[in-house]
Design a protein around this ligand. Structure first.
Ligand code: ADP
Ligand code: GN1
Ligand code: MG
Length: 357
């Protein structure tokens, strides 16, 4: 079905004029729909290879956004701009299934705000930290047992490591020989992959409702006030660790190079941005984090970076089937930046820990 027709399956206002690819997410297929009198919508083709149960996925998103909407109203905010609004289909469903089985959803477009693929100002990064911290704080009393696990063991780094080893073993594309150095790097770190989950198992870290994909382009920054107004990409909101939300944001935002920079000499951890994010995140969490959680923040940054690197490398070995790629060796470049960042974090480890005190 043509994209314009898809948009018209939903309870939209005005006639659709154009539908164009939009954004730089790695997972879903995102389009901007322009309507006849200026209104806009986001149309998304849901990646059903990754999110296998669309009913459960959309139930999570409806539950989380309606909970947030009430919290935002209660505290005097504007729920139309501060959380995602799902537009239902004409027959009242949260998504539409096309004739090929493709699943589509529509969101209200958040006007006057934008996402960034790199930090352009310290203040914006600080604001994004406050907003992700606040997101977690707002969901502190959300009934976690009503959430479906949209991707099982999403940030179970030890499981990611086992999956990685399976990909090396299978070597379906015959690429393993080319990446011996990277494989060795992962193996050198295998002793650390279960540290945070072990702390969770021992009751040293609490399980919270977390976002789990806190990269900078999953937050909308207001064009006028430069405040981070809305956390988006809610597909992976699940019970998780605060250190992971903190860490994934550092992995992406406090790297001095892009996630897919081919020249790894440009990669390093900006301690300045790290410090800014610590401050903003703790402020946003509003004093909720325990002493152990604060101590675990540097480990969260390192593990999210290592885990993401392993995932990129496993995907490279499996033939680039998970993350969207737009050039040859794209996943390999991505994995190399992540490992260079882990190595730089190790050099700066003491300072990172001091900054979290
Ligand atoms: P993915 O899971 O593929 O990362 P996202 O949900 O993050 O998909 O969407 C991709 C991009 O589309 C975002 O980074 C953002 O720029 C844009 N976007 C998504 N939802 C909205 C929205 N409701 N309003 C405005 N822009 C949006
Ligand atoms: C994916 O959807 P997107 O592009 O925001 C991925 C994250 C990775 C990230 C790496 C559901 O995030 O886990 O950290 O790419 N999301 C999923 O850039 O796997
Ligand atoms: Mg995204």
């Amino acid at each position: 079905m043509d994209k314009k027709q898809l948009v018209m399956q939903f309870q939209v206002e005005q006639e659709v004029v154009s539908v164009e690819p939009y954004g730089s997410g790695h997972i879903n297929h995102t389009y901007l729909a322009q309507m006849s009198e200026g209104k806009k919508y986001i149309l998304q083709g849901i990646n059903t290879t990754i999110f296998k149960d669309t009913d459960q996925l959309m139930e999570n998103i409806l539950n989380v956004t309606s909970y947030l909407r009430k919290e935002i109203e209660r505290t005097g905010g504007d729920p139309k701009r501060e959380t995602l609004t799902v537009v239902l289909t004409k027959d009242g469903k949260s998504y539409f299934t096309d004739e090929d089985g493709g699943k589509w959803r529509v969101y209200e477009f958040i006007e006057g705000a934008q996402t960034f693929d790199a930090v352009e100002s310290d203040e914006d990064f600080y604001q994004s930290a406050v907003a992700f911290g606040k997101f977690q704080a707002m969901l502190a009393n959300f009934p976690a047992d009503t959430l479906h696990e949209t991707i099982p063991q999403f940030h179970d780094t030890a499981k990611r490591y086992r999956d990685f080893e399976k990909a090396v073993e299978a070597d379906v594309k015959g690429r393993a020989a080319k990446v011996e150095k990277e494989i060795a790097f992962v193996r050198e770190h295998s002793g650390e992959v279960s540290m945070l989950h072990d702390m969770l198992a021992k009751g040293e870290l609490p399980l919270r409702v977390t976002h789990n994909d806190t990269k900078l382009n999953n937050i909308m920054i207001d064009a006028d006030s430069h405040k981070a107004i809305c956390v988006i990409d809610l597909d992976t909101v699940m019970p998780g660790l605060s250190a992971h939300d903190f860490g994934d944001a550092i992995r992406f935002g406090a790297n001095t190079a892009a996630e897919d920079e081919p020249d790894t000499s440009k990669v390093s951890l900006s301690l300045k941005l790290f410090e800014i994010y610590v401050k903003g995140f703790l402020e946003g969490c509003g004093g909720r984090l325990t002493e152990n959680e604060i101590k675990a923040l540097p480990m969260g940054a390192k593990m999210m970076t290592l885990e993401c690197g392993m995932r990129f490398l496993a995907d490279y070995l499996e033939g680039d089937v998970y993350f969207k790629t737009s050039r040859e060796d794209h996943n390999l470049d991505r994995c190399r930046t992540q490992f260079a960042l882990v190595a730089d974090m190790e050099k700066k480890w003491q300072r990172m820990c001091e900054l979290c005190k």
